[in-house]
Design a protein around this ligand. Structure first.
Ligand SMILES: [Cu+2]
Length: 125
């Protein structure tokens, strides 16, 4: 029965490799004033398909930012709080559950609440 284990392993390896990941949609933290922007758009909102991924990047050299789901927004799944140091660090997440994910930067610097300007919505279909 050992060959069966080898076969299962091989099939597993092949299926992993064939599932080449699609390029992620990039959401940049541009600045405290400008907030988040999707790819090269001027919008912090995006609609993706189940199984797509989002890559969060901090493109703001002057401030740290974070990303997480907006508290009490009742998303299908939480995005736990992630620190976003200045790029090239990035945080990637695959969204497998359809629904609306409101996200924010949860920081406060010099009494300025980032979430007032740094927020957006990811819709997964
Ligand atoms: Cu921020």
């Amino acid at each position: 029965m050992r060959w069966l284990g080898v076969l299962v392993l091989l099939v597993g390896l092949v299926s992993c490799q064939s599932a080449t990941p699609k390029a992620c949609v990039v959401i940049r933290a541009v600045s405290l004033e400008a907030g988040f922007k999707v790819n090269d758009t001027d919008s912090p909102n995006v609609t993706i398909q189940k199984g797509d991924c989002i890559e969060f990047v901090n493109a703001d050299p002057s401030l740290s930012h974070t990303v997480q789901t907006k508290p009490f927004s009742n998303p299908p799944e939480e995005i736990p709080a992630h620190n976003l140091p200045y790029e090239p660090y990035s945080f990637r997440k695959v969204f497998n559950i359809a629904g609306e994910y409101e996200y924010i930067c949860s920081l406060t610097t010099n009494n300025v609440v980032h979430a007032r300007t740094m927020y957006g919505k990811i819709t997964v279909r």
